[in-house]
Design a protein. Structure first.
Length: 319
């Protein structure tokens, strides 16, 4: 299994993951619950798969994760200023500085910055796992579980800034991705394993519900097992799409390469209500109503494509 092939099916998996994010933010029903059983753990697993530990993790190697975060927060503030709402702009800036994915009013107002908490959590979990890997191999998993447990339990008592606890809660999934690569476990996966993972995933979904990484809500061990099995199923499906349905795989792979940009675009749309205004305008002018999920996909893909192309051009000029 070549590096190129691994990159391709991982892109496909990310493409599936970001579409699931759009679905989860559109439907408030069983689809949302099912999506929440695996989609954010999947992204941390994939990130862990590509993680390369170093003796001393330099902060500047992690800072690039904060660039899309900062730009999205700035876009929120600028959007508020366009409408003359200076107070709302300041609230967005404060929310961006604190970095919580959830709204809180006590002990003081914390404005949710939405799904871009993922960038902050990824920043921290990379540092955490880089330190965990320095321990004896027999101790690594135990430490990863302990860090995850502490992150989940402390979040219910107090919320630390810049999504530190979210990064701690994600440790078990990031470490699982790293372990997948180190032990070359994906080479050993076949359809029998996938049937087993699928059964366990749906069992956990039916009887134990889902998890919510945004507020470190991991109710029990079974939700973790369900998330790992669900992510395994998505990775296996991605490998099948790469080899069997090439056109579909290419489309999802392209979407997957734009995941970070798409997340920023989507969160901006979600918190500013841009699509609601567009949908109302379409109905008033053409009496044409389009389902919000379809509109959300079109908007996110199209705008992300433009931003992605601009970033590529800038990077080429720097080279």
């Amino acid at each position: 299994m070549s590096i190129k092939a691994r990159l391709k099916y991982m892109d496909i998996a990310k493409g599936i993951g970001i579409i699931c994010v759009l679905m989860g933010h559109t439907y408030a029903n069983q689809i949302c619950i099912l999506v929440n059983t695996f989609h954010m753990p999947l992204f941390f697993i994939i990130s862990g798969f590509f993680f390369t530990p170093i003796e001393k993790l330099e902060m500047k190697s992690n800072v690039r994760l904060l660039i899309p975060y900062g730009m999205t927060v700035a876009a929120f503030a600028f959007f508020s200023l366009m409408y003359g709402d200076y107070k709302e702009a300041l609230i967005w800036v404060w929310g961006g500085v604190y970095g919580s994915g959830y709204d809180y009013e006590t002990p003081f107002l914390i404005k949710s910055i939405g799904g871009i908490w993922f960038f902050l959590a990824l920043f921290w979990v990379r540092i955490i796992v880089n330190e965990i890997i320095k321990f004896n191999e027999k101790m690594q998993l135990c430490i990863a579980i302990l860090v995850t447990y502490v992150g989940v339990k402390t979040y219910s008592c107090f919320v630390l800034p810049v999504s530190i606890q979210n990064g701690m809660a994600a440790t078990i999934f990031f470490f699982a991705g790293y372990y997948l690569k180190e032990e070359k476990l994906l080479k050993k996966i076949n359809y029998m394993y996938m049937i087993f993972f699928l059964v366990i995933w749906f069992y956990c979904y039916k009887y134990y519900g889902n998890l919510a990484m945004v507020n470190c809500s991991i109710p029990n061990v079974m939700t973790v097992i369900g998330a790992l099995c669900g992510s395994g199923v998505i990775l296996y499906i991605s490998m099948l799409l790469e080899n069997k349905l090439i056109i579909v795989g290419n489309i999802l792979g392209h979407i997957g390469r734009m995941t970070m940009v798409m997340l920023c675009v989507h969160i901006f749309e979600l918190h500013t209500g841009v699509l609601v205004n567009i949908q109302n305008m379409l109905y008033e002018t053409m009496h044409f109503s389009i389902h919000i999920f379809v509109l959300r996909c079109i908007w996110t893909f199209a705008l992300a494509e433009i931003v992605y192309k601009c970033i590529s051009i800038i990077q080429k000029k720097r080279i």
